[in-house]
Design a binder for this molecule. Structure first.
Ligand code: NDP
Length: 284
């Protein structure tokens, strides 16, 4: 039987804990503040930014959103980041990616102070994650680990296969799974026998961006499958990288995060957690 991992429910539980902690730290004089910068009017990015803003406000955090026009120059964006770096009311800064083509994404990520890089994308935070030092962990991968843990399935010693090797999802989740003592394989578009690799996996993380790419016959009975993919279908609905309907028909047990309602809500929850952690550091 297919067991769906409820990312919405887990998020709601964690967010209520975050809200309580926000109230506690506010009582000590610090309101955790997150600034989100959106350049341009990409519809998907607008939705993500709105959801982040909403979640922040619901948790009692201070939220600032800068919606900048598409023609914003790199210099203007870097100047805005610099201002926020120096702003004591802001503990986390996030620039919604992708930025328009005329802006160098790496420069933008580098400009965010490491102490406020709650997305965990800066080279310093990525490096710290790699060598096991304290770091802001990228939100989507961290959310995936929490979702796996909620199943109660032990990660240590398991074979984990990550499909996708992007800097924001594939690579960091692979490092985190390694830290949790899984034996990790990273697959990508040049992998020779992807089906065989996935078929052997106890834990599968699909971060490809292709609807229904992971088919039911690729999944080992008992596996935990985390579907990071977000793909918009012609009818406007969202779907993941895993063929959920086919998996439902299989006569074996396995776990799957649904799309929507799986990884997505957890990404925002982890962003809030990172912002709270950043604000708490100011107390010390
Ligand atoms: P990228 O496009 O940066 O990376 C996709 C990866 O998939 C690449 O490493 C690519 O391999 C691999 N890939 C593509 N085609 C194949 C193939 N045929 N076989 C094997 N591997 C393949 O995407 P992201 O990592 O940024 O995002 C992945 C998905 O996750 C997207 O759908 C995105 O929308 C979603 N996402 C969801 C989030 C959430 O909050 N739920 C947050 C972030 C992303 P190669 O490197 O060889 O090209």
């Amino acid at each position: 039987m297919l067991k769906l991992i409820d990312g919405k429910a887990l998020s709601a539980k964690l967010r209520s804990g975050i809200k309580e902690e926000v109230a506690e730290i506010k009582a000590k004089g610090i309101t955790p503040g997150l600034a989100v910068i959106l350049v341009g009017d990409d519809p998907a990015s607008q939705v993500y930014v709105r959801n982040k803003e909403k979640a922040c406000i619901e948790a009692g955090m201070h939220s600032e959103v800068y919606r900048l026009p598409e023609e914003t120059t790199e210099e203007e964006l870097l100047a805005r980041i610099d201002k926020l770096n120096k702003d004591d009311n802001i503990h986390g800064i996030l620039v919604q990616l992708p930025v328009p083509k005329h802006i160098d994404e790496d420069k933008v990520i580098d400009a965010i102070s490491v102490e406020k890089d709650v997305d965990g994308f800066s080279p310093a935070n990525v490096g710290a994650l790699l060598i096991g030092k304290e770091a802001f962990e990228p939100c989507t991968p961290r959310g995936c680990i929490e979702l796996i843990k909620t199943t109660g399935v032990e990660i240590t010693g398991k074979k984990a296969v990550v499909i996708g090797r992007s800097n924001i999802v594939g690579k960091p989740i692979a490092i985190m799974l390694l830290r949790e003592n899984a034996t990790v394989t990273i697959c990508h578009s040049r992998t020779k026998d992807l089906k065989k690799e996935v078929r052997d996996a106890d834990i599968v993380v699909a971060a490809i961006g292709k609807a229904g790419f992971i088919t039911a016959d690729m999944i080992k009975p008992g596996a935990v499958v985390i579907d990071v993919g977000i793909n918009r279908m012609e009818n406007g609905k969202l779907t993941g990288d895993v063929d959920q309907n086919a998996l439902k028909e299989m006569d074996f047990d396995c776990y799957l995060t649904p799309v929507p309602g799986g990884v997505g809500p957890m990404t925002i929850t982890m962003l809030m957690r990172n912002t709270l952690v950043s604000a708490k550091r100011k107390l010390k």
